[in-house]
Write a protein that binds this ligand. Structure first.
Ligand code: HEM
Length: 176
């Protein structure tokens, strides 16, 4: 049986999954919502996103202090390398994406205050003056990184299915 992650790492992992399940589908939907309801969707998307940032930073700190349990001997080197690369990129994107989103809202001039306060009641500081050209570039970057997150998630879940369904090496059980 493959060695398992510690309890805290498992919590971080599944809380992240839950938050992504909220932030990721809500983001692309916002532009299709009628104006009177839009702010509620912004608030949900942005609060889930900022929480992802907090969780990702705490998780990274935990991970650096608590190395992952070794993979079973029989997992070939290219698979180890692929998994490690996807995991690193996931950390990077889960930190970069909320920061880009946060800066986008500030550059457009609707920071997380009032109707879109963090978690509905915590007003976050406003970081910059309105700058529409910068806001459009940040939004484009946020969109592109959103797509790259989807690609990484497909690779990550594809890896789990491959290990569990085809190699049957019990890798999924390391995280449950
Ligand atoms: C990991 C966390 C996040 C993910 C995965 C994510 C993902 C996305 C995606 C996929 C879109 C749609 C892009 C498109 O239209 O194609 C989007 C839009 C957007 N996101 Fe995020 N986002 C995250 C965090 C945040 C945060 C923290 C904020 C702000 C504090 C934010 C603000 C926005 C804004 C303003 C839009 C544009 C919505 C619109 O007006 O159409 N995002 N996000």
């Amino acid at each position: 049986m493959a060695a398992s992650y510690d309890r805290v790492s498992k919590w971080f992992h599944w809380v992240t999954v839950g938050l992504i399940a909220v932030a990721l589908p809500v983001g692309p939907v916002i532009k299709h919502i009628k104006d009177s309801d839009k702010m509620a969707f912004y608030a949900i998307h942005e609060s889930a996103g900022v929480t992802i940032l907090v969780v990702a930073l705490a998780r990274l700190a935990w991970r650096l202090a608590h190395p992952a349990p070794p993979l079973p001997e029989h997992v070939p080197k290219p698979l180890r390398l692929a998994a490690g690369t996807v995991h690193r990129l996931l950390y990077l994107v889960l930190i970069l994406q909320p920061v880009l989103g946060f800066l986008t809202t500030n550059a457009f001039g609707f920071p997380l205050r009032g109707e879109t306060a963090y978690l509905g009641f915590i007003n976050l500081p406003k970081f910059m003056e309105v700058n529409l050209p910068l806001a459009e570039s940040l939004k484009a970057a946020h969109q592109a990184v959103g797509w790259s997150l989807i690609v990484l998630l497909v690779l990550h879940v594809g890896g789990v299915i491959f290990h569990q369904g085809i190699r049957r090496d019990g890798t999924l059980l390391r995280m449950v």
